[in-house]
Design a binder for this molecule. Structure first.
Ligand SMILES: Nc1ncnc2c1ncn2[C@@H]1O[C@H](COP(=O)(O)OP(=O)(O)O)[C@@H](O)[C@H]1O
Ligand SMILES: [Mg+2]
Length: 316
C-alpha cells in the first residue's frame, strides 16, 4: 500500500503540493484526478524519490522508496513514457530493465506479448514510436519486475479508446490479484471506469476522495431530464403541482429530482421513456471541486463531507 502523509512540496514561494494525505489500498485501483498543474506528477515524483518533499513523506509498504532494495521488483513506475533513450528499440529498453533487475530475458518477451507490441514494433527505435506505443512500452517496463505496486502518471495519454479499454482490463485484473494501483489523469472519463477509489486534487490540495458512489452521494439532484410518451400531459401534471417545466430536446427539463418525476408519472399512469438527473454527474462534481480551488476559494461547501478522505487511517 502507498501512504502519503502531510506531503508538501514548495518551489520557492510557490506551493505545488500542499499538505496532501491519502492511502492507496492493495486490491484497489486508485485514480488520482486533477486539472493540469494540480500537483499530480509532483506527488508521484516524491513517491519514487525523484523529487524531495519539503515536508511530510510517502511510504510504500511502509518503506521510503529509496530504502527499497531492487525497487523494480516491488514498485512499477511509469512517469514519462518518452523519458527513454530515443535511439534504443523497445526490446532493448526492456532488456536493459530486465538486466538491471536481474530478470531473465524471457520476461521481456512475456511483457511485449502482454502489451501487444509485435516483433517488428519492438525492434523499432523509440523515436519512431507513437505516444500510444510508448505508453504500452512504459506499462511493460513498469510490470517487468512483477511488482505489487504500480504508479502510473497519465498512462492513458495517447492511447486510443481500444487501448484505454485494454489498459482498464489489465489494471483491474492486476488489482484483483492483490496489486495496488495508483494512476493519474486530468480526464475524468479516462479513470472513472477504471478506478475503485478516486482522489481529486486541485491547486496542490486534495478536494475530495472516496469511491464513485461516495463522491456522488454528496452531489445534489435537483433537476431532471425526462421524456414521456405524452410529454404535454406530463408537463401539465407537473405544472399543476407548481413545478417549473421547460421543453428540452425531445423531452422536458424539470426543476425537481428524478424521484419526484417518477412518483408523478406512476400516480398519473404516464409512461416515461427516459428519466435522469440533469445535474450531479461526476463530471460536474469534478469541475466544481477543482474550480473552487482554482479560485483559491476552497470552502467546506465545495467538497461533499461524506466523501472526504475516506481512505485515510487505513492500516497496512
Ligand atoms: N521543478 C519545478 N519548478 C517549479 N515549479 C514546478 C516544478 N515542477 C512542477 N512545478 C509546478 O508545480 C505545479 C504542479 O505541477 P505538476 O505536479 O506537474 O502538476 P500535474 O501533474 O497535476 O499537471 C505546476 O504549477 C508546475 O508548474
Ligand atoms: Mg502531470
Amino acid at each position: 500500500m502507498i501512504k502519503v502523509e502531510g506531503l508538501t512540496r514548495k518551489y520557492g514561494a510557490f506551493t505545488a503540493v500542499d499538505d496532501v494525505s491519502f492511502v492507496c489500498q492493495p486490491g484497489r485501483v486508485t485514480g488520482f484526478l486533477g486539472p493540469n498543474g494540480a500537483g499530480k506528477t509532483t506527488t508521484m515524483r516524491v513517491m519514487v524519490g525523484l523529487t524531495p518533499a519539503t515536508s511530510g513523506r510517502v511510504t510504500i509498504g511502509g518503506h521510503l522508496y529509496h530504502d527499497i532494495p531492487n525497487p523494480g521488483l516491488h514498485v512499477g513506475v511509469l512517469l514519462d513514457a518518452s523519458a527513454q533513450h530515443a535511439g534504443r528499440t523497445g526490446r532493448e529498453i526492456l532488456t536493459l530493465g530486465a538486466k538491471t533487475m536481474g530478470l531473465p530475458e524471457s520476461r521481456v518477451d512475456e511483457m511485449l506479448a502482454l502489451v501487444s507490441l509485435d516483433k517488428t514494433e519492438s525492434n523499432r527505435r523509440l523515436r519512431n514510436y507513437s505516444l500510444g506505443m510508448k505508453q504500452r512500452l512504459g506499462i511493460a517496463h513498469a510490470l517487468l519486475g512483477d511488482p505489487s505496486v504500480l504508479i502510473l502518471d497519465e498512462p492513458a495519454n495517447g492511447l486510443d479508446p481500444a487501448g484505454i479499454r485494454w489498459m482498464r482490463g489489465l489494471l483491474k485484473s492486476y488489482a484483483d490479484r492483490g496489486g495496488t494501483v495508483l494512476l493519474s489523469s486530468h480526464l475524468l472519463h479516462e479513470v472513472e471506469q477504471i478506478a475503485d477509489e478516486m482522489i481529486l486534487i486541485g491547486r496542490g490540495k486534495i478536494v475530495a476522495s472516496g469511491t464513485k458512489d461516495e463522491l456522488l452521494a454528496g452531489a445534489e439532484h435537483k433537476t431532471s431530464l425526462v421524456t414521456a410518451l405524452d410529454n404535454e400531459l406530463l408537463a401539465k401534471t407537473l405544472r399543476d403541482r407548481g413545478v417549473t417545466v421547460t421543453p428540452a430536446g425531445s423531452g422536458l427539463r424539470v426543476d425537481t429530482a428524478p424521484v419526484e418525476v417518477g412518483r408523478v408519472s406512476v400516480e398519473h399512469g404516464i409512461v416515461l421513456t427516459d428519466l435522469r438527473s440533469a445535474d450531479g454527474g461526476l463530471e460536474d462534481l469534478f469541475l466544481s471541486l477543482t474550480e473552487d480551488t482554482q479560485r483559491d476559494n476552497l470552502s467546506a461547501a465545495g467538497a461533499p463531507a461524506a466523501a472526504t478522505t475516506t481512505t485515510e487511517g487505513a492500516k497496512a
